[in-house]
Design a protein around this ligand. Structure first.
Ligand SMILES: *Cc1c(COP(=O)(O)O)cnc(C)c1O
Length: 398
């Protein structure tokens, strides 16, 4: 059996998105900026995509949608726009979370180097920031609050509407990285008072390398990519219409089927959580209820997440671990340690991110194999032996 449970890393292109993409590659090859018929036909496809996307997040006007190369670029543009655009007005303070994606954290670091001051709020143990903390962090010179809609590692969903209301009341710009949320949970930029928002096609069954930067009209934007006058002068470069149209189709598909998908995927998530909960000295990370429908992040004491991941891969299960050895460093996830998960527990964590087509059989298969590999690696682990013999203290309750 093969089970793809790494949808938070990337999703597979949906059939709908692929069909749209192929159709566009065949039929719409003009440059949307050209005045001839070929160009104008492509421009129409682009306008249609912008409308579909605006509609999915309830943006007031399709011209508030800008196309980018992905979520990272949208995050960069949001932060740079707010910071540099408001610096002249004496606003040099920014607020974010310590558990944001690196596209936010690294951009914040860059802005610190330019003289901005950044407050990194620490969420509660369940991964959710206290609205009071956000309110108290806002100062006279705060330019922007950037708080992710949902966390990519442990799935916690932030109180976005409440934070939006506070920012509106205090006259502070509010950006949210909604890359994990878009097409998975409801988003309404007007009702939630979201000024800027980031999305990425490949996190909801669209293509990779394409994303959306939503910015409410009236916000001064700074370019990340300079050049031609595409995207109303705010993002240069010839537009990739097939990828954009496919992304719009994928987003629409996700939004049209949202209720059904949320009910099914969260039931499968809870089934997996339930089945993992009888592994001793293990814990669920992130809020059990206010979390993404497909996210299961679990820590198992005394084992390495990486080893478990590779063992599960041998059983055809694709998931991800909370220790980032393969990617950047040997440090455990900044997200898990950022919400107070002990380092030992963070090292032994796995993230399963379930897709819409996940079945009960697949969930049961994952659970069975996780039980097996955790047992296997614990039996081989000197660290686990120390825990068993009392030489070391457990950090997770039995
Ligand atoms: C994947 C992801 C990004 C980056 O999006 P790309 O399109 O891959 O650049 C940003 N933020 C979050 C929360 C993500 O999960």
């Amino acid at each position: 059996m093969r089970v793809y449970a790494d949808n938070a890393a990337t999703t597979y292109l949906s059939k709908t998105a692929m069909d749209v993409m192929v159709e566009c590659l065949e039929k719409f090859n003009g440059n949307p900026n050209s005045l001839h018929t070929d160009g104008q036909l492509t421009q129409e496809k682009l306008d249609e995509s912008r409308e579909i996307i605006a509609d999915c997040i309830n943006a007031k006007n399709p011209n508030e949608i800008y196309f980018t190369s992905g979520g990272s670029e949208a995050d960069n543009q949001a932060l740079l726009s707010a910071a540099r655009g408001l610096k002249g007005k004496g606003k040099k303070h920014l607020i974010t979370l310590n558990i944001e994606h690196h596209a936010i954290l690294h951009t914040m670091r860059k802005l610190e180097g330019e003289g901005f001051e950044v407050t990194y709020l620490v969420p509660q143990a369940n991964g959710i920031v206290s609205v009071e903390d956000v309110k108290n962090a806002i100062r006279e010179d705060t330019a922007l609050v950037s708080i992710m809609f949902a966390n990519n590692e442990m799935g916690a969903i932030q109180p976005i509407a409440e934070i939006g209301a506070i920012c509106k009341e205090k006259g502070v710009l509010f950006h949210t990285d909604a890359v994990q949320a878009a097409a998975h949970v409801p988003i309404d930029v007007q009702a939630m008072n979201i000024d800027m928002l980031s999305m990425s096609g490949h996190k909801f069954h669209g293509p990779k390398g394409v994303g959306v930067f939503y910015a409410r009209n009236g916000i001064r934007l700074v370019n990340v990519i300079e050049g031609g006058a595409q995207e109303r002068g705010k993002r240069a470069g010839t537009i990739n219409v097939p990828a954009i149209a496919a992304m719009a189709a994928a987003l629409k598909e996700g939004c049209d089927n949202m209720d059904k998908n949320m009910a099914h995927v969260s039931a499968m998530r809870d089934r997996l959580i339930e089945k993992l909960s009888d592994i001793p000295y293990s814990q669920l990370n992130g809020d059990p209820v206010k979390r993404l429908p497909g996210n299961v992040n679990y820590s198992f004491e005394g084992v390495e997440g990486e080893s478990l991941l590779l063992a599960l891969d041998n059983y055809g299960i694709c998931c991800s671990s909370g220790s980032a050895c393969t990617s950047e460093s040997l440090d455990p996830s900044h997200v898990l340690t950022g919400i107070g998960v002990p380092i030992e527990a963070a090292h032994g964590s796995l993230r399963f991110s379930l897709g819409e087509d996940i079945t009960e059989e697949e969930v049961d298969y994952i659970a069975e194999k996780v039980h097996k590999v955790v047992q296997l690696y614990r039996n081989m682990s000197p660290y686990w032996e120390d825990l068993e013999t009392g030489k070391r203290q457990h950090c997770i309750a039995e």
